[in-house]
Ligand binder design. Sequence first.
Ligand SMILES: [Mg+2]
Length: 306
Amino acid sequence: MTDLSDRFRGVMVGTAVGDAVGRPAEGRRSPDLARVLSYVTRAEFLPYTDDTVMTIELAESLIACGGFDGADMARRFALAWKAEPWRGYGSNIPKVFKAVLRGEPWAEAAARQFDGGGSFGNGGAMRVAPVALWAYPDLEETVRLAEMTARVTHTHPVGVEGAVIQAVTVHHALRKDFATDRLLADLDRSVTTDRLRRKLERLPECLERNDDVYAKQALGNWVAADDSVVTALYALLGASDFEDAVLRAVRLGGDADTIGAMAGAAAGARWGYEAIPWRHKVEGHDRLVGLADRLFRRVQENLEAK
Ligand SMILES: [Mg+2]
């Protein structure tokens, strides 16, 4: 039986493993899965990308501040980018980081993106998994925190709701009584934007067909939240174990590291840390386990106090 602490570790380490496995496939139309697997199996060390960097910073910020603090989170994201700008960040996001480092209010820096429309990229979703751990087992709080943490960089409603879908998915995947229909019912209640609702509507038929080419066309595999978050959900729901979920995500190509990171977070919640192959050679393993354990102890203390 996979216990909750193992699932918490699975979320943090699963993010990094999905990210690292997807990294060599990023930007490829149809990655050669045999090559990806050969790399992953033979490598002694699996480096992660910006997705995991920001996941770590988000978790650190929640822990350090005792909850959401937008200024702290924005500063941590910006400093992490400045220290390692080569991690694979998107082309627009450094503008937000630079503005934050210049001392501009974080909410204004994010909202100004894309001529004031805000970003609808998947950056809010790719890093949101620790929110589901922080707020566990409170689903409403998970949704609220997902929205707030997304808005630190992504203020477009599609960018924000992409983070909500991913956080609600991780929340459900943490539960022993995980059931796809309950997850989809909660997503139906939480998602209001047409662009994401249309993708969710196509999910059942994609799962039924179980065809990569069809799923990629129907759900997308690129950097917009509505071209990747439901795609990661497809990889999770069609999978039989952690490895299957991550490989299903990565073999779709495109934004493979991020789709892999999102599928990896949810699959780590679903099947737990011990079920993650390659976990001991992923970059940041000990730090990720430490963060998961701190988040778990907090939730355990909260539950015991009730
Ligand atoms: Mg990345």
